[in-house]
Every structure is written in structure tokens, then in C-alpha cells.
Design a protein around this ligand. Sequence first.
Ligand code: PRX
Length: 633
Amino acid sequence: MSNKIQSLSGYIHEYQKSVNEPEKFWARIADSFHWQKPWDNVLSWNNEGPHVKWFENAKLNITENIFERHLFTHGDKAAIIWEPNDPNLANKIISYRELFELTCQFSNAMLAQGVKKGDRVIIYMPMIPEAAVAMLACARIGAVHSVVFAGFSSSALADRIIDCEAKMVLTSDGNFRGSKNIPVKAVVDEALEKTSTVEKVIVCKRTNAEVTMASGRDIWWHDAIREESKINTAESLDAEDLLFILYTSGSTGKPKGVVHTTGGYMVYTQYSFENVFQYEQNDVYWCTADIGWITGHSYIIYGPLLSGATTLMFEGVPTYPHPGRFWEVVDKYEVNQFYTAPTAIRALQAQGLGPVAPYKLDSLKVIGSVGEPINEEAWHWYHDHIGKGNCPLVDTWWQTETGGIMISPLAGITPNKPAHASLPLPGIQPIIVDAEGNELKGNNVEGNLCIKFPWPSMLRTTYGDHKRFKETYFSAYPGMYFTGDGAKRDHDGYIRILGRVDDVINVSGHRMGTAEVENAINEHPRVIESAVVGFPHDIKGQGIYAYVICDEDGISNEILIDEIKNTVRKIIGPIAKPDEIQIVPGLPKTRSGKIMRRILRKVASKDISNLGDTSTLLNPEIVEQIIAGAQIK
Ligand code: PRX
């Protein structure tokens, strides 16, 4: 039985049912999956803990729901179309049956290397089919994967390995990205010098870069699978057993390990995928994210593959070898659903219509956006020139923590309104609250966005630190999940996401904690103190602006600024490198010693017309000096 909503009235009806009788609703949706043992309770929820369990005591394996459930009907269908970085090299089209065999074989290889159910496995790999196989094989044997974006530095990788006490790392010799050839294995080697838990590293050959293989620890992927059978019996997992950990930045401290479990995540990613994108069985679907982010997990791998879809995996970048690359790929495979980030849209929009003109793009039925607010100009450009004015545009709001899309139009069903994530999916109960936590009912309201009832793919905890989970998400408004985003409900009841209200900035759709960047800057020996804020950036959405106090002697500011940028690149990775660094004599602080970031944000945005009340500052004179240093005209 299909769980696909067909009309606006159907959506309204389903939504009502999901709110009135959530357990009955989700039991019906979950019924179409293969469970080795049914659940005792659909949901148990205690908002004190807070603890949530979906499909309690049920047994399953998510890969049986990807493979065994569908093999009879579409074993020969393309599961993954893989397009390489270099368009002149061969692509790969992998059927469900082939992907199943590759997954079983690699599952056996991991078992042979000593990985057991519950062990944590880090995946630090480029966008190659083996990365998908790695994730699926972990899921098959019940190992918990933690994918780390292959652009993170060795110390960011080491932090994650240490936090989850990973036993194995899966990686490659190198990574082709645009014109770059990144030495991935060397980064792993450097990370492993700082960690002690990893016993084995499996290395997939991609670039033929020269690598050092530590004897007894490192093994080539092709050697690891050579003797292994292509048959494997899936491990039986509890619905609440961990499926994966994904690290993400917050407003304080180091990135936290967001924990997702098996049963609820499975049900919700398939349900949301089919409904938001209105996927039909012969469609080709393409999400341009990297598997290192939640979008890659839920909407390149799990959601599409659970639905038996053909999912396109792209190794490259939007502008290599030319700025029409995305559109070339759309035409090449006759892509029907295309899902990308506003930052990519803005970057391509900036190239003008020339690179779009040679392509037909007439296969497209649905276009999507994710990761950051999409401005109206980019929305219209995308809608008019890529969707040719006749594709529904789904602006999907969600987070690493939510596991799946929460607020979004359903393609072709929900009337489109530019730059509005629109309406919640069935089962999702968003509310807008004021600073005191009072629900702002009705339309034309603006405040902080919370979710007041659990949903199947919600995070269960932050790995190894349940207290942090409670404090981060459930303490601002007790009993409710606080998203960290501001939102507005307009006169039609449509939701528009306004962006983060905490100390998190969104750079090109990537989340960065300001504290995390400050900590990296402070590692530079000449830095005494720093404060990082976001500022509006034409392409990236937000850029990173750092105010830095340095000690006196030594090199010129220019060299110092370069050095500080490199320090951040080394400690976190290129995505966290500040766009602007201003060396300042001091930072505006309140009498209690708190940095008044509001002022720093205004200066970084070059908007000093109304700085608000500065009378509580301990050092008001510093504001003028900072403004003078920022050279605002
Ligand atoms: O601020 C919101 C923004 O991205 C944050 C979540 O980031 P992350 O966990 O990295 O996941 C990104 C991909 C799901 C949110 O708190 N965000 C995400 N989607 C949108 C968005 N902001 C506005 N509109 C969106 N469609």
C-alpha cells in the first residue's frame, strides 16, 4: 500500500490524522516495511529525560528494507548512477542486485577484520559508490557509522574518532574534487597519531596517489573483499539500536555527535522522500549534497534506496570543468528531481544564463532547496531558469537533528510561495514561541521555532552526553524541542524560516559554531582573544567575520591574518576559514564580561546606523575604534 499523498485535501486529511492519533498514523505508515519482529509500542515518550522510543522492541535491519524487500520487483533497476568528477571518465550504473552484492561482500570483509555489532566505524571518503557501500555494510552488520566530511582537517577527524571511540576507519587514497586532488589517506594517518582506538583502516583506491600503509593496521579495500562471499545474513537490530552518529556544530563547545536510531529513521526517511519529491518509480533523482552531511545520509542514501529509487551520486563540484556542469548532468541522465543548496544556486546564478542555455533541462519535474534560507531572488532564478517556470520548488527545512525533512511543500500538491518552507509534513508539530515560551497561535506571528511532539527520525541523544542533549534542545523551552531557528507564520499560515537565533552561523549551507571557530583562532600563538560573527554574503548566505586581539610584537598584520586563516583551516578545515579578520585593540564587553555580539554583527554587516544601547558597556570607546578599523564608509 502506498503512503504517498496525492492531493492538498489528502495532505490536510493525513495531517489531521497524524496529530489526532499519532501512534495509529505511524503504525499504518510503518506497516509497509519489513520487520523481523513487530513492535510492542509505537511510541514511548518521557519529556523529563527526555527519552523517546519509536517502534519499541521491534527487530529489523534497514538494509533488508532496501534490498531483500525489493529485489524481486526491481533487482535490475539502477540503484546508484555514479557520475565522476571528470566528465571524460567512465560513469557507473549499479543495479539494486549489484549494490546488494557489494554491500554483502563488504559486510563480510568488515566482520573478518573484527568489527562487531555496536562498534563505531568512521567513514572518511570521497563521493564514490564505495562510500555508499560502506554505510550500507555498517548498517547490515549493525556497526554504527559516523561519516566525516572528507574536507575536514586531521584534527577535526581525530576529535570525532576520539569522541565515538571508533574501531575502524574507512577511507580512500585520495579525493578528486574539481581540479584538486586531495590526499585523504595522509589526513587519516595524521589523525590516527592522536587517537588510540582504531584497529584497522580499509583504504579504497581512487586516485592512485602514493600512500603509506601501516602494516597490521591498513588494508586495501580490494584485498579486504577479494576472498569474501557476496552473501550475508543481515544482523537483527532493535528499532532503537544506533544506526549512525553524525557530528554537527552547536553554539557551544566542540561538535556533538547526533545519534540516530534504526526503526524510526527508516520509516521517516522513506515517507518524507516519497511525499516531498513525489518520486515515481521510473524517475531519476539527484541530490547534490555530500554524504558527509545529513542531507547525503537521508536523501542520497537511505530515503531514496528504501523507496527503490534511482539515486544519482556526483563526485564533483558545480563549476568543474565548466559552470554548466550540473545542467549537463541533468540532461545526460534525464534527471527528474533535482535537490541542491541555495549557495550553489547563487553561485551559478552569478555566472549568468550563458552556462544554462545549452541545456534542455526538460526532464525536470521537481526542484528542491535545502540547508539555508533561500532568498527570493535565488528562488525566482532557480524556479524560472532551471525549473522553466513549471516545476514545483520544494524549499525543505530540516536539520541534522531532525533526521528528515520537517517543513516543506509537497511537490505539486502544496501551492508554492517563494522562500517559504510552507507547511509541516504529517506527524510534525511545529510551533512558534515568544522569548518566554508562550505559543504564538494564529497567523502573522514571528518568534522561535520549536517542535512540540516527537517524530520518528528525531535524534535520541548526543553521543556519550545525554545531559548536553537535554540542555541543548530541551531546556530553552521545557518539554519541547528547540530548533535554534527563528520563524514567521504569514497570513496564509505558511512558515518562513528566518535563520539561526543562536551562536551558529550558516556558511554555504554548512553549520559552524562561532565558539568552535574562535577556539581554532585562539590556537594561534599571537592571539589573545577573538570573537566571531556571521555577516550577509552574496553567495555563501553568511560569511565568517573574526575580530581578533593580538599581542604586540612581530610581523605585519597582513601576514598575521594569513597565518590565522591557515590555523583555522588546519584545525577545522577550509570551510571554516574566516572571510574577514579584523585585528582590534579590544572587544566590546558588558560589565559582566560578556562580549556584546550584537554590535560586532552590525559592524561586520557594515550597518552602523543604529547600534542600539551601548550604555552597559564597560569600554564604550572601543566601538568607535572597531568601526574606524572596519573602514566603513
Ligand atoms: O538554520 C537552519 C538551516 O540549516 C540548519 C540545519 O543545519 P544542518 O543540521 O547542517 O542541516 C542542514 C541540512 C538539513 C537549520 O537549523 N536550514 C536548513 N534548511 C533550511 C534552513 N534554513 C532555511 N530554510 C531551509 N530550507
